[in-house]
Design a protein around this ligand. Structure first.
Ligand code: NAP
Ligand code: MG
Length: 478
């Protein structure tokens, strides 16, 4: 089975086009250049926006929700049929261990299935009003949506944002990250096979400049962005210039809070995996582990033992941890690890025996007794680094957990039902998990942040509201 998309091209109006500016694609497991991608310039962005607008008004608006649903259903099936190919493409381009890449393909297919099911379930309300009036609301697509996505989970983020935008009747322009665009292009090829009309989904590859042109374009009606806080601020400024809504998903410093009465055997896999999954390059990574004093020594010892067994190797070796995405990301994470030299390092993982020295590999690091105001306890590291912080009681746990600028995900490990409810209420976070932790998972679960983690919600049925605008119709009929 193959997915046809030509090298060095991007997708506008169902046609593969290219520019004369090329960017190298690098395999993070080896440091090798594996190909090039073409950078879309201003003219391409203008074309993509014009095409997306024409297609919206002349084609996509005339297609029923049920027809959109069938296209997304077909797309989901095609994605599943191509799981091996897509997973290998992602593993090579992004350095994800194969089993994690396969999980991402499955999530992308599941997003298509979920939003196919949701497409014809969205409806407005009728509202009691004055005598002789009938008032109702309509949920309408924003129009032309821009999706600017990062390199860490291209397929999952395409699924949650493009999936919901298409289901609600928008046309889309997708800008994948320079370091991770191959599965986005493969997805574009599959949308054509699934019968998505030309021009409904356009994909522009390139660097941050391409993203900047797209987000500043006055023809865009909605921007969905996932990535860093600094770029998120620029995107929100661009959205403000054009007065358009924006969804920002900017990462976090998400805690797991372990009380004295927690079931530690149940917690342990979540405590570690949620931190090191995708080499810690996960917006909802759990990078802070808060442990109540009575369990502190035990949790440190259990996590230390697990860390010592973690193996780092190439994506194709499919071990616990693959390489980081790039040399630049390796430098950022190494710098944070250096900032931890004043801390107690409980454990590091191990490199696989035949590791390629040109890959961007980083050992997982577990630091303990970390002061809550330390830079490693406050900043999003985006690498396989976790810290453990002790706490005394519930109030103290809340103070530390809510004590960073972020607020994306949190989890609480306790058997006490009343405490579970209190903690869920008091945590300043977009998602709270009780006795589990969902890093990145949960197609059905609304997701998004507070504070520096951003605003707006994607995933679940909630995204159907985010990608539509409400119209109120007041009908006087005498
Ligand atoms: P980034 O700069 O925020 O990139 C995210 C996306 O925005 C990419 O498609 C990027 O394109 C694009 N972009 C860059 N500059 C832009 C601009 N001025 N206007 C519009 N779009 C622009 O993130 P990064 O540089 O790849 O990573 C830096 C840090 O961000 C990481 O260390 C990590 O802490 C954080 N991060 C968070 C998430 C998350 O899920 N929350 C994901 C990735 C990174 P190019 O990549 O092609 O430049
Ligand atoms: Mg790459």
């Amino acid at each position: 089975m193959t997915i046809d998309f030509p090298n060095k091209h991007f997708l506008i109006n169902g046609e593969w086009v290219c520019s004369d500016v090329e960017l190298d694609l690098i395999n993070p497991s080896t440091g090798d250049i594996i190909g090039q991608v073409s950078a879309a310039g201003n003219d391409h962005i203008n074309d993509a926006v014009r095409v997306a607008r024409d297609t919206l008004e002349n084609t996509w608006n005339n297609i029923t929700a049920r027809e959109r649903s069938s296209i997304l259903t077909k797309l989901g099936r095609l994605i599943e049929e191509n799981i091996d190919l897509l997973a290998r493409l992602e593993a090579t381009d992004v350095g994800k261990p194969l089993k994690q890449a396969r999980a991402d393909v499955k999530a992308l297919a599941r997003y298509m299935e979920f939003y196919a099911g949701a497409a014809d379930k969205l409806h407005g309300d009728t509202i009691p009003y004055l005598q002789d009036y009938t008032v109702y609301t309509l949920r309408e697509p924003h129009g032309v949506c821009a999706h600017i996505i990062p390199w860490n989970y291209p397929m999952q983020i395409i699924g949650r944002s493009v999936g919901a935008a298409l289901a609600t009747g928008n046309t889309c322009i997708l800008k994948p990250a320079e370091e991770a665009c191959l599965t986005a292009l493969a997805f574009g090829a599959l949308t054509r096979e699934a019968g998505l009309p030309d021009g409904v989904l356009n994909i522009v590859t390139g660097s941050g400049d391409t993203g900047a042109h797209l987000s500043q374009h006055s023809g865009i009606d909605h921007i969905s962005f996932t990535g860093s806080v600094s770029t998120g601020i620029k995107i929100q400024q661009s959205a403000a210039q054009n007065v358009v809504p924006v969804t920002l998903e900017l990462g976090g410093k998400s805690p797991q809070i372990v009380f004295n009465d927690a079931d530690l055997d149940a917690a342990l896999p979540f405590l570690v995996n949620a931190g090191i999954q995708n080499a810690g390059q996960t917006c909802s990574a759990s990078s802070r582990i808060l442990v109540q004093r009575g369990n502190y020594a035990k949790v440190v010892s259990m996590m230390t033992a697990k860390y010592k067994m973690l193996l780092v190797g190439s994506a194709m070796d499919d071990l616990d941890i693959g390489p980081l995405i790039s040399k630049k990301q390796h430098e950022i994470v190494s710098d944070y690890i250096r900032q931890g030299t004043d801390l107690e390092l409980a454990a590091k993982g191990k490199f696989n025996a035949d590791i390629n020295n040109d890959g961007f590999y980083c050992l997982p690091h577990l630091f303990v007794d970390v002061p809550p105001d330390h830079s490693l306890a406050q900043n999003e590291i985006f690498g396989p680094v976790q810290i453990i912080i002790p706490f005394e009681d519930e109030d103290h746990a809340i103070e530390i957990a809510n004590g960073t600028g972020f607020g994306l995900v949190a989890s609480v490990w306790t058997q006490d039902g009343s405490r579970q409810m209190r903690m869920a209420q008091r945590l300043r976070s977009g998602q709270v998990f009780i006795n589990n932790y969902g890093a990145g998972g949960g197609v059905e679960l609304p997701f998004g942040g507070r504070g520096l983690s951003g605003h707006g919600r994607e995933k679940g049925f909630e995204a159907m509201f985010g990608f539509t605008t409400l119209k109120t119709v007041a009908h006087y009929h005498g």
